[in-house]
Design a protein around this ligand. Structure first.
Ligand code: ADP
Length: 494
């Protein structure tokens, strides 16, 4: 038996997973790394800690799986997207921490870009809405604020990358400075029509092109892990941003097929194959993969805070000891009794796009208790997802037949049922909710020539459970009305 390893570099942890040739999960190793909050709305990671954590889990998972490195066919990499790191090509050292996708420090500059009239150009060229979420303004911030960075960048001494580039650069001993189409499409500097870095945007934001990685397909002979890491050179044959990887891992390879990942945030993607659809409803257009791993388009809606709201109830409010407990407490009440929580901790993402919105809790009464708040939090995830689904249905001019669910919080049955009820659509949960890592392994399998497309990889029924809508229509409409009012209250008014 031969094996494929997926490296899943997430927002809070690094995972390495060994899959066999039929994509059975043989072993997993996971380790969290430090979240750095230098200011209330700033989020950073230490790039070197991410690298050492990822390598640690890689070595650990090989031990756990009890396999020889000779039996590793190849490696696939998937990663948190947009988070931005710049390093010195000579020393290999980062010039600053990675600025994480959630970080809002460049919101003012985004306003300037908007005021200068770039909204339509950026949307048409990159598929994206101007927001601090994407890499471009984070790159500019580092060049403008780290001493000597701009001078070194102009001398060609620095390299930019998202976490895929950073890992591959280091794992290959500095031989490859690459990223794939899906990650490139999240930078707000990549022309998704012509598949190239956009010179005009680079010049508007004063970003030298020498910083940029070479953009490669998500599947193929892309790079190598240097011998010094595992004692043997191992090919890297798959790369994709985490959400596009999950779309692929969920086998959403037909037009309009939708997946949602319930993790820190919620990320809804619908494959639109060769059709680049410009959203009129607050979604963005991004690059994804076809069944054979080649590039295509997708519509995406991202909600910044989903599972993170449950984490907040646990860590900051002390209402839970584990995230999984949220289901038990929420089930102790029939409803949230008029309580709504809009978790705009990092502003609001799609479809509202308000960088300065602040979270609200409304509808409290003397009888409101912990269970109501916990239930309102799970409902908030479902409402946010419904907002994305309604936007998607408008853009596709059709109602999606189902959502394929994955991510840590999809283990919560109540959350799955609430989503089915609010979005009025079936929610399908697979047996393996690690779709992100699975997608990277599948891309790597195609890249090494083990299979030609996802059609050849459907080995067994992968469905765990289907949740169907069961709520009364009037009740649903009343609940959604309350949610929309709560959202209006947290939108910024300056
Ligand atoms: P990420 O990859 O974004 O770090 P994961 O897919 O590992 O996230 O999911 C973890 C998130 O899901 C956490 O924010 C956690 O609070 C939430 N979560 C995990 N299990 C549950 C559960 N049973 N019910 C509700 N939320 C959960």
């Amino acid at each position: 038996m031969k094996y494929i390893i997926a490296l899943d570099q997430g927002t809070t942890s690094c995972r390495s997973i060994v899959f066999d040739e039929k994509f059975n999960m043989i072993a997993m190793s996971q380790k969290e790394f430090t979240q750095i909050y230098p200011h209330p709305t700033w989020v950073e990671h230490d790039g070197e800690e991410i690298l050492s954590t990822q390598i640690e889990t890689l070595r650990d998972v090989i031990k756990k799986a009890k396999i020889n490195t000779e039996d590793i066919l190849s490696v696939g990499i998937t990663n948190q997207r947009e988070s931005t790191i710049i390093w010195n090509r000579e020393t290999g050292k980062p010039v600053y921490n990675s600025i994480v996708w959630q970080c809002r420090r460049t919101a003012d500059y985004c306003d300037e870009l908007e005021a200068s009239g770039y909204t339509a150009y950026i949307k048409e060229t990159t598929g994206l809405t101007i927001d601090a979420y994407f890499s471009a303004t984070k790159i500019k911030w580092i060049l403008d604020n780290v001493e000597g960075a701009r001078e070194d960048a102009l001398k060609g001494k620095l390299a930019f990358g998202t976490m895929d580039s950073w890992l591959i650069y280091n794992l290959s001993g500095g031989k490859y400075h690459i990223t794939d189409y899906t990650n490139a499409s999240r930078t707000m500097l990549y022309d998704i029509n012509n598949l190239c870095w956009d010179e005009k945007l680079m010049s508007v934001m004063d970003i030298p092109s020498s910083l940029m990685p070479c953009v490669v397909p998500s599947s193929g002979q892309l790079a190598y892990i240097d011998e010094s890491i595992l004692g043997r050179k191992i090919p890297i044959t798959g790369i994709a941003g985490d959400q596009q990887s999950a779309l692929f891992g969920q086998n959403c390879v037909n037009f309009g097929e939708v997946k949602n990942t319930y993790g820190t945030g919620c990320f809804l993607l619908a494959n639109t194959l060769d059709e680049k659809i410009n959203s009129t409803s607050g979604l963005v257009t991004t690059l994804a993969c076809k069944a054979d791993g080649s590039v295509c388009y997708a519509l995406e809606g991202s909600v910044f805070i989903a599972g993170a709201l449950i984490q907040w109830l646990r860590d900051e409010m002390g209402l839970l000891t584990t995230a999984a407990e949220s289901e038990k407490y929420a089930n102790m009440v029939d409803s949230s009794d008029g309580v709504y929580i809009v978790p705009a901790f990092s502003g609001l993402g799609a479809p509202h796009w308000d960088m300065r919105a602040k979270a609200v809790i409304v509808g409290l009464s003397r009888g409101s208790n912990r269970n109501h708040l916990i239930r309102a939090s799970l409902e908030a995830i479902a409402y946010q997802l419904n907002d994305l689904m309604q936007a998607l249905n408008t853009d596709l001019n059709a109602k999606a037949a189902y959502i394929k669910a994955d991510g840590g919080a999809s283990a919560n049955d109540l959350l799955m049922q609430l989503t089915a009820d609010m979005a009025d659509t079936d929610v399908i949960r697979p047996k393996n909710i690690e779709s992100t890592a699975l997608g990277a392994a599948m891309l790597a399998a195609i890249g090494i020539g083990l299979y030609n497309s996802t059609d050849e990889m459907n080995f067994a029924d992968s469905t765990d459970r289907v949740f169907t809508p069961s709520i009364d229509k009037d009740k649903r409409n009343a609940l959604l009305k309350g949610w929309n009012e709560a959202v209006r209250m947290c939108i910024s008014h300056d």
